[in-house]
Design a protein around this ligand. Sequence first.
Ligand SMILES: *Cc1c(COP(=O)(O)O)cnc(C)c1O
Length: 223
Amino acid sequence: MTHSIAERIAEIRSQVPDSVRIVAVSKTVSVEAIRIAYAAGIRDFGENRISEAMEKQEQLQDLSDITWHLIGHVQSNKAIKAVQHFQWIHSVDSLKLAQRLDRLAQESDCQPQVCLQVKILSDPNKYGWTVSELLDDLAELNQCQQIQIKGLMTIPPLGLNHSETLSVFEQTRELAHKIQQQGWSNIEMKELSMGMSGDYTLAIPAGATMIRPGQIIFGVRTP
Ligand SMILES: *Cc1c(COP(=O)(O)O)cnc(C)c1O
């Protein structure tokens, strides 16, 4: 890509309503690149590996108004670090994990904001609740008082065309609406974390409140 990180951020920002939070996915990216994105106005960064994120947080302590978002699956032995080192956890993908995070957050005296990861279409390669599983678990999720359940997160399966992808995002919004209508005391459904580099332009018209672009900001990731 020929444009700089700052130019790419300015371009995305110009396409995205002010109300939509851009969570720049900085997994595998250097702290120098994160500093450039910060200087270009980004305050939200997404990481999928806790140990990698903690090293970066250590080196970026001077940028004290960064909000760190965890976007990857949380192994149960890492759950304590997840609640202690991230203000947002987008990838809460089971009742068991939610309950564990809730208990650990209580013990650690922190209140992470979380999204529930949902699979609108069946996808054996992804973590998350199916729609019917999620509806079944809401009563127990509502008992989680320490984590702040704010909305839904989704990742469409690979290989969908535009209209299929748009449909996944719209169904996610409709599901959030349905859950909200049920009036749970501890479950808010204001946030929709959806849209990555390849599909954020579809997620926004479908109602995304947080998008998670990575490569389109920082350049192609070489694994
Ligand atoms: C890697 C990742 C992203 C960013 O993907 P890009 O293709 O780099 O935009 C967003 N969300 C999740 C959950 C990811 O794992």
